[in-house]
Design a protein around this ligand. Structure first.
Ligand SMILES: Cc1cc2nc3c(=O)[nH]c(=O)nc-3n(C[C@H](O)[C@H](O)[C@H](O)COP(=O)(O)OP(=O)(O)OC[C@H]3O[C@@H](n4cnc5c(N)ncnc54)[C@H](O)[C@@H]3O)c2cc1C
Length: 384
C-alpha cells in the first residue's frame, strides 16, 4: 500500500513514522525549500507526549527541552509586575522549539521528502488516488494524507472552501542572536502586555532569544509588510522591544499568521484524510495543537492498522475518536483568548492578581492543572 503525506510538520512526520512501521510505502511532499528548523517555543504535554513516549522519543525531547523556572510579566521599563515560580508539577510539561520536536520525529523517518513541492491536483477513483504534484510529476497512491497545516491545500482541493474560524488576533514569532539580552532574560519566560498586545521573550541556547508577539486585530487581513507592522504596533512599548524589533527578519524567518481554529464536519473523503491543524487546529490559545496533531496522526495510524486496508472506514473511526476531544480543546482555547492578550487594563489587573495568588504555596500545581483539557484516553491502541 502506498501513501503520500502532504506537509512534513508535526502531524505529517508522525503519520509517516507510523505508516512506514506498519508496512506502507510512504513519500512526503513539503512546501518549504528545506527542513523547517526553529520556529517558536511550544509547551508539549498530554496525549502527544504519550505518543512521543511510545515512539521512543522521550530521551531526545528531554535533551531538547528548555527549563522554564518562572513566568513573569514586566512593564515598559522591564520591571516585573507579577510572576509565578514554577517548581513542582512542571515535569509533565516539556518546553521546546517546534522545530526541535519535528527534528526528533524526522530523525527516525525513512520516507523520502520532496521539498519545495505540493499537491497540484487530486482525482479519486474506486481503488486509489491519482495526484499531480507542483513539480510536474504524478503519483498513484492508496492514501493521501493532508498534513499541511491550518491553511491546508489538500483541504482546499478535496473539501472545497473551509474558512478557518478567526479568533481576532494575529501572531508573530522569530529569533534573534544576542548574548546580552539572552543573559538578561535568563530562564524566565518574560512577557509584556498592554491592552490588546502581548510580547514575550525566552532565552535559548547559543545566545538566541525566541520572541512571540500577539495582537488583537478585528481585521483578519495580514499586513503586506509584517516586520514593519510589528515595529509599528510594538516598537513604542519599551522594555527590550525597540532593540529586538530593529532586527526583525522578513518571512520565512519571521512567522506571521492569523490565529485560527479549523472546524469541519468531515475530516476525510474516500481515501483522502486530513490530520493535524488541517482539520483540527485548536490555536495557540489552547496551547495543545502540536500534542493533538501527534495524537491525531497516531489514532489514524491505529485505525488504519485495525482496519486492514479499508481506508474510508478507518478514517471515519479516526474522526469519531478524535473529534470530541478536539471540540473540548477548541472551546478551552476560545475561553482563554481574553487572558493571553487582555483587551483592557482592568483585565490585565485581574490577570496579575490571579498570578500573584498562584504564586502562593502550591499555586504552580494549580497552574499546571489549569492547562488545556486532556484527551489522554485517546492513546489506547485498537490495533494491538
Ligand atoms: C506561536 C504559536 C505557539 C504555539 N504554541 C503551542 C504550544 O505551546 N503547544 C502546542 O502543543 N502547540 C502550540 N502551537 C500549535 C502547534 O504549533 C500546531 O498546532 C502544530 O504545529 C500543528 O502541526 P501540523 O503538523 O498540523 O501543522 P504544522 O506544524 O503547521 O505543519 C504543516 C506543514 O505543512 C507544510 N505545508 C503547508 N502548506 C503546504 C502545502 N501547500 N504543500 C506542502 N506542504 C505544506 C508546512 O510548511 C509545514 O511543514 C503553537 C502555534 C503557534 C503559531
Amino acid at each position: 500500500m502506498k501513501a503520500l503525506v502532504c506537509g512534513a510538520g508535526i502531524a505529517g512526520l508522525t503519520m509517516a513514522w507510523h505508516l512506514e512501521r506498519a508496512g506502507w510505502e510512504v513519500e512526503m511532499v513539503e512546501r518549504a525549500a528545506a527542513f523547517r528548523d526553529g520556529g517558536y517555543m511550544i509547551d508539549f504535554y498530554g496525549p502527544g507526549f504519550q505518543v512521543a513516549e511510545r515512539m521512543g522519543l522521550r530521551q531526545r525531547l528531554m535533551e531538547a527541552r528548555y527549563p522554564v523556572n518562572e513566568l513573569s510579566y514586566v512593564d515598559r521599563t522591564g520591571r516585573q509586575t507579577s510572576h509565578l515560580t514554577l517548581t513542582s508539577g512542571m515535569e509533565q510539561v516539556v518546553s521546546l522549539l517546534r522545530g526541535d520536536l519535528a527534528r526528533a520525529i524526522a530523525d527516525d523517518v525513512q520516507a523520502p521528502i520532496v521539498y519545495g513541492a505540493s499537491v497540484e491536483s487530486v482525482e479519486q477513483g474506486a481503488d486509489g488516488v491519482s495526484l499531480r504534484l507542483t513539480d510536474g510529476t504524478s503519483r498513484d497512491v492508496d492514501l493521501l494524507v493532508g498534513a499541511d497545516g491550518a491553511h491546508s491545500r489538500v483541504r482546499g482541493l478535496v473539501f472545497g472552501d473551509v474558512a478557518p474560524r478567526y479568533l481576532g488576533h494575529q501572531v508573530a514569532a522569530y529569533m534573534v542572536n544576542d548574548e546580552a539580552l539572552n543573559r538578561r532574560i535568563g530562564t524566565r519566560y518574560q512577557m509584556l502586555t498592554e491592552p490588546g498586545l502581548m510580547a514575550g521573550a525566552y532565552a535559548l541556547r547559543d545566545d538566541r532569544l525566541a520572541l512571540l508577539f500577539l495582537r488583537r486585530e478585528p481585521d483578519p487581513a495580514l499586513p503586506a509588510d509584517p516586520a514593519a507592522a510589528l515595529g509599528r504596533h510594538f516598537g513604542h512599548l519599551g522594555w527590550i522591544l525597540p532593540e529586538v524589533l530593529s532586527r526583525c527578519p522578513d518571512p520565512p524567518e519571521l512567522y506571521y499568521d492569523q490565529v485560527t481554529q479549523v472546524e469541519m464536519a468531515h475530516w476525510h473523503r474516500g481515501r483522502v484524510v486530513l490530520v493535524g491543524d488541517a482539520c483540527q487546529a485548536v490555536s495557540l490559545f489552547a496551547g495543545h495543537g502540536a500534542s493533538m496533531a501527534m495524537a491525531g496522526a497516531w489514532v489514524l495510524a491505529d485505525e488504519l492498522a485495525a482496519g486492514r486496508g479499508d481506508v474510508p472506514a478507518a478514517a471515519a473511526r479516526y474522526q469519531a475518536r478524535m473529534a470530541p476531544a478536539i471540540g473540548e480543546v477548541q472551546r478551552f482555547g476560545r475561553r482563554f483568548v481574553k487572558w493571553m492578550a487582555p483587551s483592557n487594563r482592568w483585565r490585565i489587573g485581574v490577570r496579575d492578581l490571579l498570578f500573584r495568588l498562584a504564586a502562593l504555596p502550591g499555586g504552580d500545581r494549580l497552574f499546571v492543572n489549569s492547562l488545556s483539557p486532556g484527551g489522554h484516553h485517546l492513546i489506547t491502541s485498537r490495533s494491538g
